[in-house]
Design a protein around this ligand. Structure first.
Ligand SMILES: Cc1cc2nc3c(=O)[nH]c(=O)nc-3n(C[C@H](O)[C@H](O)[C@H](O)COP(=O)(O)OP(=O)(O)OC[C@H]3O[C@@H](n4cnc5c(N)ncnc54)[C@H](O)[C@@H]3O)c2cc1C
Length: 509
């Protein structure tokens, strides 16, 4: 898959994941820009668990999963396992491909945070450029149980039924989602499959190196000049970038690599035994994710088999009408997913269903820091869920439980249910429910914001709005790390769009 050993190139893209495959494919459209993509993992071609979206769960915790474990949590569940796929295509190869255009108010919020130029008028047209296929869950995949949940939700919460999430202006609602997939085959539509792989062997100025982990950025004064790469056989090589290095290693590994290279909060770097190359206090800060809680019911019959992704339906509700967007999202999966609370030994009935209310705009902020200068030691992943001083995130999860119970008590969903097993119908007091939420809540795997873009006046803004790392030349970031705030909706499509824009900025610079 490589075009030979090139030790000098124009643009180095670190990480061939969700964003990186798009950045490399688009930048190398310009034949004068020699582009080298470095991916830590192997190819996804021929890996059927990555090919078919409904097989997503088979990839979790497996050989491709970096599986970062949270440090003990002050308030929330300490057993969070943050899944990150180390394979060409990245996390879009083991996620559930729910596909949402970023809502207008999220982009407006980014502009308020100093991301000038990320306004809806400029950014939303990037959606129309995407080469991935995004379609509503196909009729053949629409599950009868979910149809009844949708009907019950519309009636219980008085919200609309939707399937047109990306083609019409936002309305809160419940319905089958839009998915990046091919309904006829059930294959995922990833940036690896639909941007990068068709180019391999067909584009002379694109060099793709697999099983090539970048272990360090090479910094010379105020300029990043290239990278140090470690191959799977343990050999090291240096690659020089004549123009720039673009980090697309994801919201954990991008800040991790910067910290390992001496770019980050000076005190933290010194404490970890890393020589400071460039002080940037925001690296690894501002970590955001959607915390979600879990309700499980016993079903009085088996779950019907139809489905596109296992996570085909969602509900967006608003408990505070003054907010610009919904303040509760619930996923309604087809299989009960309790991996983060397995340690509690909660029994799952033979036939079960669940709902997972989450906080679309959480106020808690976590961190990624280094435990050691050794690149083989995992970073300290502290999601700090439910730690915001106002207690907003926990209060919203509690409201989510109340709404989910209201839906479950409404026909026709109630016709499917025997009893609630988690939290359990006998748990009704807010304090008891809060305790249960703290013990059982999950991640929705939407880690973002750990090297955010923003205004020059914001000391924690690692990048400027053109995604360039402030204070350094030759270094840009294009992945979920640059989000100033996490999107209300699932973030993958926003990351596709960031990658498209990053490529424009790189080609124009
Ligand atoms: C289980 C799960 C389900 C999800 N479901 C959805 C969903 O349905 N919809 C949605 O919108 N979002 C979903 N998400 C979130 C979404 O998948 C991620 O936010 C997104 O894919 C992240 O994209 P990225 O480009 O930032 O990083 P990634 O896709 O993680 O890409 C990073 C790439 O960099 C590589 N890499 C890392 N470090 C190095 C290094 N040092 N050198 C070289 N290469 C490196 C990795 O191997 C990887 O290929 C889900 C995530 C998970 C884990």
């Amino acid at each position: 898959m490589t075009n030979g050993r090139v030790l000098e190139t124009d643009v180095i893209v670190v990480g061939g994941g969700t964003a990186g495959c798009i950045v490399a494919a688009r930048v190398s459209e310009d034949p004068v820009i020699h582009t080298t993509l470095l991916e830590w993992g192997p190819t996804d071609e021929g890996e059927n668990r990555a090919r078919y979206v409904r097989r997503w769960l088979e990839m979790l915790g497996g050989e491709y999963d970096l599986d970062y474990r949270s440090v003990p949590q002050q308030h929330g569940n300490s057993e969070i396992r943050q899944s990150r796929a180390r394979i060409l295509g990245g996390c879009a190869n083991h996620n559930t491909m729910i596909a949402f255009k970023p809502p207008v108010w999220d982009l407006e919020e980014w502009v308020e945070h100093g991301a000038t130029g990320w306004d809806p008028t400029t950014i939303l047209p990037y959606y129309d450029r995407l080469q991935t296929t995004i379609v509503p869950v196909a009729d053949a995949h629409r599950n009868a149980y979910l149809r009844d949940v949708i009907t019950a939700t519309a009636s219980a919460l008085d919200i609309s039924v939707r399937t047109d999430w990306n083609s019409t202006p936002w309305r809160d609602g419940a319905g089958f989602l839009e998915i990046a997939y091919t309904p006829e085959t059930g294959e995922r539509s990833t940036s690896s499959r639909d941007y990068l792989r068709p180019l391999l062997g067909n584009r002379d100025n694109l060099d793709v190196r697999l099983q090539a982990r970048t272990t360090r950025l090479l910094v010379d004064g105020e300029r990043v000049t290239g990278v140090e790469v470690r191959r799977d056989d343990g050999s090291l090589e240096r690659i020089t970038a004549r123009r720039e290095v673009v980090l697309c290693a994801g919201a954990i590994d991008t800040p991790r690599l910067m910290l390992l290279s001496g770019i980050g909060p000076a005190n933290e770097l010194k404490a970890a035994g890393v020589e400071v190359q460039h002080a940037s206090p925001g690296v690894g800060q501002n970590l955001q994710d959607h915390p979600e809680t879990l309700l499980i019911w016993e079903l009085n019959r088996p779950m019907p088999p139809e489905g596109a992704t296992d996570w085909d339906m969602a509900i967006f509700a608003r408990t505070d009408p003054a907010r610009p967007g919904p303040d509760i999202q619930m996923h309604v999966p087809l299989t009960t997913f309790a991996v983060h609370s397995e340690f509690l030994g909660i029994p799952t009935p033979e036939h079960s269903c669940s709902m997972t209310p989450n906080v679309p705009k959480p106020k808690s902020r976590g961190t990624i820091t280094l435990a050691s200068p050794d690149p083989d030691v995992a970073p300290i992943y502290d999601p700090a869920y439910l730690t915001d001083p106002e207690g907003y995130d926990e209060a919203m999860l509690l409201k989510g439980v109340e709404l989910a119970r209201r839906i479950a008590a409404t026909q026709p969903m109630s016709d499917w249910l025997v009893r609630e097993t988690v939290p359990g119908a006998d748990l009704t007091q807010p304090d008891e429910l809060r305790e249960m939420i703290r013990r059982t809540h999950h991640t929705v795997y939407h880690v973002s914001g750990t090297a955010k873009m923003g205004a020059e006046s914001d000391p924690l803004a690692v990048c400027d709005p053109e995604l360039r790392v402030r204070g350094l030349q030759g270094l840009r970031i294009a992945d979920a790390s640059v989000f100033p705030t996490v999107t209300t909706v699932n973030p993958m499509v926003t990351i596709f769009m960031i990658a498209e824009r990053a490529a424009d900025l790189i080609k124009a610079s």
